[in-house]
Design a protein around this ligand. Structure first.
Ligand code: CU
Length: 122
């Protein structure tokens, strides 16, 4: 009974991949991603244990979307902003609106060696 978590995650990812391969976009939408209105903001892609771009410059009021394109879960943790995202599975995303100017460093909560920075100007 203790092996429930990992196989479950794996199975879910396989299902997602199959859905993508078949072009069944509706299945992805039903998983609860917050991707739909993100394109008018700014995007950071997560891949190979890195945030791209690692340094993002935006204006105050910008919504930033992180999209996980890796094969394993990642999260966004930024203590000064009390941000601690859920672990994003492959192709899941997380959004946050930066209201105030400042320099914000963040890490992946699951891999603290992964660093990113958002520089917000007024
Ligand atoms: Cu990570």
């Amino acid at each position: 009974m203790s092996d429930v978590l990992q196989p479950g995650r794996l199975a879910r990812r396989v299902v997602l991949r199959r859905a993508l391969g078949a072009g069944v976009g509706g299945v992805i939408a039903a998983v609860g991603m917050r991707v739909s209105r993100a394109d008018d903001g700014t995007k950071v892609v997560i891949g190979n244990f890195a945030f791209v771009p690692p340094l993002l410059r935006v204006k105050a009021g910008t919504t930033v979307t992180w999209v996980n394109r890796d094969d394993i879960p990642h999260s966004i943790v930024c203590p000064p902003l009390s941000v601690h995202s859920h672990p994003m599975d492959s192709d899941e995303s997380f959004t946050f609106r930066f209201e105030k100017a400042g320099v914000y460093n963040y890490v992946c909560g699951l891999h603290p060696f992964m660093h990113g920075q958002v520089v917000v100007s007024a």
